[in-house]
Design a protein around this ligand. Structure first.
Ligand SMILES: Nc1ncnc2c1ncn2[C@@H]1O[C@H](COP(=O)(O)OP(=O)(O)O)[C@@H](O)[C@H]1O
Ligand SMILES: O=C(O)C(=O)C[C@H](O)[C@H](O)COP(=O)(O)O
Length: 317
């Protein structure tokens, strides 16, 4: 039995050794990234039993990612290394203020070999939450959208909660393509974890009350709008709450904060915490992630979050 499962593409992420425009960066550190994978690692570090469905290239980078993910304690029984498809790459640019851009090399993704028929219904049935994102949908907007829809329909059939982070990457598809595809997934979604721009793109509205009304139309019961340094606004069937951000030690690299927030939100939901506590926990994780360089390196262990929120004493090791 898994608490959480997710499906998506992973990449070798090349983090620049120095800040500034990428065309002047001469060396990079080889790390691992990918929105769904970051989320899975975030959940595993919090102590959730987590599984990841994917395909990687049968190459050195694919083996490295597989070993890394296994080392993080994520179940990889639904991950295969496939011949003829290179493992995807992502080069990052990080500016002095911590903001950044990504440059993808993910055409012919190994996940092209992941088909509707390869989905393991039993694997989905035994989970509590299926988390999907718009990144995987965009990687192959025809096949993967069908795949996500199938995974969501299996989840619904077995009362598995479906969570969606639209994670809209306009380098991978247009606004119109993203809206059309993700709108077909929304009716199966129970939890929506989105940014303001993404909510506007999906629903054509930005005010929290309007977003909420749209979510209710789609039967979405829980969710949050992530507001960067302003924290997040969350909702459940009874209420809407805005919770201010937690002050990060330093903003070093903002990539991955949303995935970390998502992991924290889902963790809190699975503990049956009230919305206020869930948002505080998820905001704390987001603030911890932005203070570390790398997409998932800053994702905290449960104990680290509890020290940060003051619920646990720091023990020097
Ligand atoms: N500069 C920041 N200061 C404090 N918290 C932050 C900051 N940036 C992000 N966060 C936290 O991380 C969450 C996700 O970040 P955000 O940038 O909104 O999402 P995304 O990475 O999906 O664009 C925010 O809701 C907030 O809790
Ligand atoms: O998978 C992709 O396409 C990526 O861009 C990898 C990034 O690590 C995450 O997508 C970060 O996403 P945020 O948490 O929203 O900053």
């Amino acid at each position: 039995m898994k608490d959480v499962i997710t499906l998506g593409d992973a990449m070798i992420t090349f983090n620049p050794a120095v800040k500034g425009p990428m065309k002047y960066v001469q060396s990079f550190h080889r790390n691992v990234g990918g929105a769904e994978l970051n989320f899975a690692i975030g959940c595993a570090r919090l102590g959730l039993s987590t599984g990841w469905i994917s395909r990687l290239g049968n190459d050195e980078f694919g083996r490295h990612i597989l070993n890394f993910v296994r080392g993080e304690g994520v179940d990889i029984s639904e991950v295969k290394l496939v011949d003829g498809y290179p493992t995807s790459l992502n080069f990052k640019e990080i500016m002095e203020d911590g903001s950044g851009r990504t440059f993808y090399y993910r055409e012919k993704s190994p996940t092209e070999t992941l088909t509707v028929d390869s989905l393991n219904e039993e694997y989905i049935r035994q989970a509590k939450v299926l988390h999907v994102t718009g990144v995987f949908a965009a990687v192959d907007q025809h096949k993967n959208v069908e795949l996500i829809k199938k995974a969501c329909s299996l989840a619904k059939k077995h009362n598995v909660l479906v969570s969606l982070d639209p994670n809209i990457r306009l380098k991978l598809w247009s606004k119109e393509e993203a809206r059309t595809a993700l709108t077909t997934i929304l009716p199966d979604v129970d939890v929506l974890l989105t940014g303001t721009d993404e909510a506007e793109l999906l629903f054509g509205v930005t005010e929290m009350d309007d977003v909420l009304a749209k979510c209710r139309e789609f039967g979405i019961r829980y969710g949050a709008i992530k507001l960067g340094s302003d924290g997040a606004a969350g909702f459940d069937p009874d209420q809407v709450i805005h919770k201010g951000a937690v002050k990060p030690r330093k903003v070093v690299d903002t990539v991955g904060a949303g995935d970390g927030f998502d992991a924290g939100f889902i963790y809190g939901l699975l503990q049956n915490w009230d919305l206020d506590k869930i948002l505080r926990f998820a905001n704390t994780i987001g603030a911890m992630v932005v203070s570390v360089s790398g997409d998932n390196e800053g994702l905290p262990y449960l104990e680290d979050v509890l020290v940060e929120t003051g619920e646990k004493k720091f023990i020097e090791r």
